[in-house]
Design a protein around this ligand. Structure first.
Ligand SMILES: Nc1ncnc2c1ncn2[C@@H]1O[C@H](COP(=O)(O)OP(=O)(O)OP(=O)(O)O)[C@@H](O)[C@H]1O
Length: 271
């Protein structure tokens, strides 16, 4: 179980994440939603310890993740694999080597320096690529692939870390609709088939509703909604996204008058 208690991250006087508290059961697929600047990336980066919390605590299976240093911190980063919007592959290296990078935390430094990957790791990396129909491009340079293919390689790299949690930070933001589906299906497969918990920042509410079994809605750094997708009413969604609401909810959503937005704030925050 991942437990976040009063987690806060300030940049100067601004709280990017303000007193966030929630618990995530193993095997959940949680969507973190909200408009640009709401604090979604900062929240995920703090869980992975890429961003340092100003206050609060992150616990995982009873261990205080916020207190980890050195080797233990590196191990935690491997157990909570990040997937980024821009894939973060090494373009000049081949696909298989990029996936093998996910094994670095398990390797003694001398082996990683000479890239002497154990046979078991090679087999693991190949099998991860095959999970996402990418075995055929294992020998190609990563920068020769399309965006959707690169993101699948990044997901395979995360999978070989054998993580407990995958933290995906807007993983489909730079993809077309077809690749968006392919990448979201890959994350869903990791979640359902391997039982790995997924926390995924998403801008699109339609996608969040179709893929996630729980949504955490953020606004101005604060959690203002936490519940099942079905409990997220249109008025709460409009309050979360404000002027962007029509864009993220798809063309089918009819605009609503401004009136009901304010009462919805109380319902969202109390959820
Ligand atoms: N390193 C930083 N230094 C200063 N301010 C930052 C830093 N990182 C984030 N912020 C600010 O914190 C707030 C939350 O940013 P964050 O990236 O977490 O939001 P987000 O919901 O992920 O937005 P987006 O979808 O645009 O990435 C924003 O106002 C942002 O400008």
């Amino acid at each position: 179980m991942l437990v976040v208690e009063g987690l806060t991250c300030c940049f100067g006087s601004k709280a990017a994440v303000d007193d966030a508290s929630f618990a995530v059961k193993p095997g959940s697929f949680v969507g973190v939603i909200g408009r640009s600047g709401a604090g979604k990336s900062t929240l995920l980066r703090m869980i992975n310890r890429l961003a340092e919390p100003t206050a609060g605590r992150i616990m995982f299976e009873g261990q205080d993740v916020t207190a980890l240093r050195g080797r233990e911190l590196r191990q935690w980063r491997a157990r909570s694999a990040m997937i980024f919007q821009q894939f973060n592959l090494v373009g000049r290296l081949d696909v298989l080597t990029n996936v093998l990078m996910g094994r670095l935390a398990e390797m003694p430094p001398w082996r990683s320096l000479v890239q002497a990957w154990p046979e078991r790791d090679r087999a693991l990396a190949m099998s991860a690529l095959e999970q996402f129909d990418m075995g055929g491009v294992a020998a190609q340079r990563a920068d020769s692939l399309s965006g959707g293919q690169q993101q699948r390689v990044a997901i395979a790299r995360a999978l070989v870390q054998e993580p407990d949690i995958i933290l995906a930070d807007e993983p489909i933001a730079s993809l077309d609709p077809r690749n968006t589906r392919i990448v979201m299906d890959a994350l869903l497969r990791i979640n359902k088939h391997f039982g790995i918990t997924v926390l995924c920042n998403l801008h699109s509410l339609d996608l969040a509703r179709s893929y996630c079994d729980r949504l955490i809605g953020m606004s101005n750094g604060r959690i203002v909604f936490d519940g099942a997708p079905a409990a997220l009413t249109e008025s709460i969604a409009r309050e979360l996204y404000d002027l962007e609401a029509n864009e993220v909810m798809g063309a089918a959503s009819a605009p609503q008058p401004a009136g009901p937005m304010l009462p919805a704030l109380g319902r969202a925050a109390a959820a």
